[in-house]
Design a protein around this ligand. Sequence first.
Ligand code: B12
Ligand code: SF4
Ligand code: SF4
Length: 375
Amino acid sequence: MCSPTHAPKIASDVDARAALTEEAERRGFLTAWASVSLPEQVKTQYQNWLADGKNASMNYLLGETRLEPTLRFPWARSVLVLAAPHAYPDPGVPVGGTRLGKVAKYAWVRDYHRLMGPHLESLEALAAQLGVQAKGYVDTGPLSERSYGVLGRLGWIGKNAMLMRMGEGTYLTLAAVLTSLAPAEGEGLYPNRCGKCTRCIRGCPTNALLGDGSLDARACISYWTIEHRGLIPAHLWPSIGDWLFGCDICQAVCPWNRKAQDFWQGFQPQPELAHPNLEDFFTLSSHAFARRYAGTVFLRPGRTHMARNALIVLSNRKEHLPLVRQAAQDPNPVVRATAVRALAKFADWEAVAALKGDPDAVVAQEAQEVLALGV
Ligand code: B12
Ligand code: SF4
Ligand code: SF4
């Protein structure tokens, strides 16, 4: 929802910023204001990152408006950054089902886009009352949210590429409201407190972190398990270990997260999301899965890719062979092709051989390759 373009200016910029800040903080968010113009250095770094292909298949990151929001919103002058801490405790493992593997902490609650969205709409409405133009995003639009967080002095970018601050650590979910208000005077940046520490770089199982506060998505488990569509290359399977959805290793090892336990009032961790029943991914139809996990971020990879991820976890642990065998009969070829390699890890060559004649060429080829070369 966007406020009217020609609303009369009611409050001064200083008063309007104060009113929006107060309302956002009343709703439980940490806040910061930044100018909408990104420094040239940030733009160059971002463009080089893309030019090197470090965005993997995420082509939605290519658009120019991410670096120049004023191309789309010419009225935008400043950004109100909102941060919702999510360092909640583990809600516990539900009884029953097959509950193995790890889910990234941010996904233990219902979809943050939906939880934070209504608050952004309320802030847009308040802005309209103040005669200010505003447009809110929870990473649903082309904005470099972490850059605005740094520029607003909300925190620093750690070597794990995360926006972080003392107290909350890295466990922050970000949102941003573009506004037509003049940016506040700059106060310098939040001090970078990584020092000589390199725990995250050493802890990353795939060497995805590049040391300069950025990463190569082509190596990141979070990318492969959430964003990538299709098969996950076999050489990455051992590093994926137990990660079913996302990856928190470079945050879990960070000393600034040791004492972090704040979380936003709108987040309620759910046992069924922190420890989902893997059987759901193999037994539910895609429609039934969409119903069961409605309003959660599991819908992004969807049933097929959650089943793919679960097969990798099960084969890494060498547990629950009957589920893997069931996946060999799955209606989706991505699941069957992943099951081929998973079955091979259990040395169930008979089941692999049965897939040699699969009607899908990719599944049949995987089976032939695995039988010829092993895993
Ligand atoms: C694409 C994306 C991914 C990709 C690529 C991540 C990456 N590091 O680039 C993948 C799928 C791998 C991913 C993974 C994760 N993501 Co993500 N992701 C995004 C998304 C949609 C865009 C990020 C982007 O533009 N990347 C391109 C790189 C080049 O830009 P950048 O990472 O934003 O970095 C900029 C700043 O760091 C800035 N910068 C660096 N140093 C300095 C210094 C100064 C002084 C300044 C001014 C700027 C600056 O320069 C960079 C731009 O050039 C954002 C939401 C958004 N709209 O911004 C969420 C977002 C970054 N992700 C988020 C999260 C939570 C995650 C995961 C933790 C999820 C998980 N547990 O699995 C992991 C963490 C991986 C990691 N260590 O970064 C949060 C991060 C919150 C935070 N505290 O930082 C965001 C902001 C979503 C949100 N709304 O909360 N993600
Ligand atoms: S999210 Fe996992 S794979 Fe990605 S950079 Fe961090 S530790 Fe490495
Ligand atoms: S683990 Fe160490 S280097 Fe990495 S982000 Fe945390 S403090 Fe910085």
